[in-house]
Design a protein around this ligand. Sequence first.
Ligand SMILES: [Zn+2]
Length: 462
Amino acid sequence: MIQVGLKPSVTVKSSCCSVRQTLIISISTGFSDLTHPTDVPQNSKLLKGVNSVPSKCRFCSHPLEHTFVNLGMSPLANAFLSQEHLNCAEKFYPLHTYVCSNCFLVQLEEFESPDSIFSDYAYFSSYSDSWLRHAQKYTELMVERFGFDETSQVIELASNDGYLLQYFQQQGIPVLGIEPAANVAKVAEEKGIPTLVKFFGVETAKELVSEWKQADLLLGNNVLAHVPDLNDFVAGMKILLKPNGVLTMEFPHVLQLIQDNLFDTIYHEHFSYFSLLTVEKVFASHGLTLFDVEELPTHGGSLRIYGRHEDFESIAVGDRVAQLKAQEVQAGLNQLEIYVGFGEQVKSTKRQMLSFLIDAKNQGKSIVGYGAPAKANTLLNYCGIRTDLIDYTVDLSPHKQGLFLPGTQIPIYHPDKIRETKPDYLAILPWNIKDEIVSQMDYIREWGGKFVVLIPQVEVIA
Ligand SMILES: [Zn+2]
């Protein structure tokens, strides 16, 4: 295991790309069994790397000493490559998650975070029909439960292309989106969704309050996990929420990640992985009380938490909060053991997956992928699966066709390619929409093709 703290960075001029790139050079150190940068002797000259400072928990500042899972070095999951960049150096960053032994927040270690993660984000929410239905249903639920109307203000953090706020706006409810990626915010503005291009935190919240903007409903779907400065973000929510306002946040549930072996949902844009037990502590430390929680099927199992100011007691704390916390305690999420055992489970899955693929290739079978989601890039890079095992993948999104997966350089084609090449196996990479893909691609059975799902374990669907 090579440590990022032992890697000096060197700036080189790349010959085929016109931009200057920082190349991280690995140096063999002899400390191959080290598990954490803090184990490295402090006087080592090699420590002048990108991560010489010992990591601390991003919520409680306790030193991070326990690995949750180490997925090695990986490129950014959305850094798709065009043909002309195939001969250029790619940047790889450590994908090493820790668990805090004090608050049990599972988190990605600090690394030299590239601005490119969010500034030109490739993901447009509106391209997924199921996600749009989810957003519409959420809107109906909120209006019905809390009675929002044209006198209310809805504010969404990380509002993407306005995919959700459009439904509130259709009901005449004033909306405001806050979105750091300028290219997606522009799409929202074009749809008539007012959008502020900013990162959210205390500073942005204060600016809005000074302009008399505060939220009756403050929401964020799949943003809490993406926030590097968690405390500043939640402190900002405390400021932006009206005294009698309600907040909701959705994020993948770490219980499902562990139980269903969803290690491929770990990537650089996801800094934190929450249980209800931990997220409740985070909000409580900023004067916010969680009064309800729902379990959702999205992203393999997510939570939607409902919060309010701690002194706004006219909304009572519902039973579901205590029930789910009890379930988490039952599963051991308040103990270190379950977290530190996860890494072994992942290694075993990798061996099983590679055995299947290698056996199939030895039998002369062809294997192609379906989908090019971010999670596929974690999986394929961690397992070292390239075109030697999977010939190509396909994706419906025209933005991805013609490009190559980062790191593994597997080409992405239009789904029609499958009918042309008639592969023996179709590996479904976005397992969360497995059923949809199986019914859509049913015709592979005409030539005896079979579907394969790799997560939580290899499963062939005949
Ligand atoms: Zn902590």
